[in-house]
Design a protein around this ligand. Sequence first.
Ligand SMILES: *Cc1c(COP(=O)(O)O)cnc(C)c1O
Length: 386
Amino acid sequence: MSTGFYDFADQLTQLNQQGLYRQRRVIDGPQGILLQVDGRQVVNFCSNDYLGLANHPEVVAGFKQAADRYGVGSGSAHLICGHSSAHHALEEELAAFTGRARALLFSTGYMANLGVISALVGRNDSVLEDRLNHASLLDGGLLSRAQFKRFRHLDSLDLQAQLLAHTQRTLIVSDGVFSMDGDLADLPALAKLAQQHQAGLLIDDAHGFGVLGHKGGGIVEHFGLAVDEVPILMGTLGKAFGTFGAFVAGSDDLIEILIQKARSYVFTTALPAAVAEATRISLRLLQTETWRREKLQSLIARFRAGAQQQGLQLMNSFTAIQPVLVGDSRQAVSVSQALMRQGFWVSAIRPPTVPSGTARLRVTFSAEHDMQHVDALLEALGKVMA
Ligand SMILES: *Cc1c(COP(=O)(O)O)cnc(C)c1O
């Protein structure tokens, strides 16, 4: 082991040997079902563009028109002079969409989660998080300096025991749809426990909005919960919305306190107004084009039936995230590479993103896929997993 600060070679070698080395691939052209990679066309089964809105002509046109009107850069943070009428209109529309008094835009979901948690709890408080929460929620909990504990995945009894052991102000935090498993939080149980113990509840529904609920309202609509049962609701715009950014929706006072205290809101440049305008269009499509959700569900059903027939190990998910468990990291990588050679892009997800020994292929679907894409993927999986 060498001691020079800039001598990273040993670490890199080690990551490589463990099958944990991460590499980017360069794509050429827009997001979609077919991607150009290294001069070759492959079928995309790894994006979070679940409704196929990232390259929707109306969304693209709205973006271009707004660039003509607002330019590209937003110039500053929202609190200085970067908060445009496009941002403001989108916030009002997101508030209406979620049935909440107000919504606040953040530049990314990662930043929203860091900002919200550290604004709402501090040194004398505690944060309780599902073990499989997204990294940004876990990082937000650590950054807040509150006492930080995790409860077992989806285990409301474990959460209850921890709530009973805490006397501080407590914030309960969970993904709505878990990003690497595709399963759902037991939201009714979380809401009930939060109310019983007078704890706060923050739900990150990055993968639920647009996919769950008749109108795409996400996990809250799916379970039919009232607004006051899920008082702090966060969503991202880079997934089913097909654009970029994030929002938090809740009461007037919640939004005001975030504007005052969320450091990742205060100290960062507002996202481009043209992104906000494009998102206004995608929000409308997301709500009105219900066929996209219905098509997605039929693709998912087809995939699950076929995969089960082949004896593949699926997870308890009916969302657009359909992981196939592999276990070993190196094997997950080699299966993913073999699929790529056959023209299918499915990403291998390894620790530390998921617990060790649970490396998996994370297959994701989009409303733009067709049944024949699903069938072709199943056939390729049959070959490479055999
Ligand atoms: C993607 C994701 C985020 C981060 O959102 P970005 O806008 O990509 O930064 C946060 N939480 C969950 C659950 C996510 O899946």
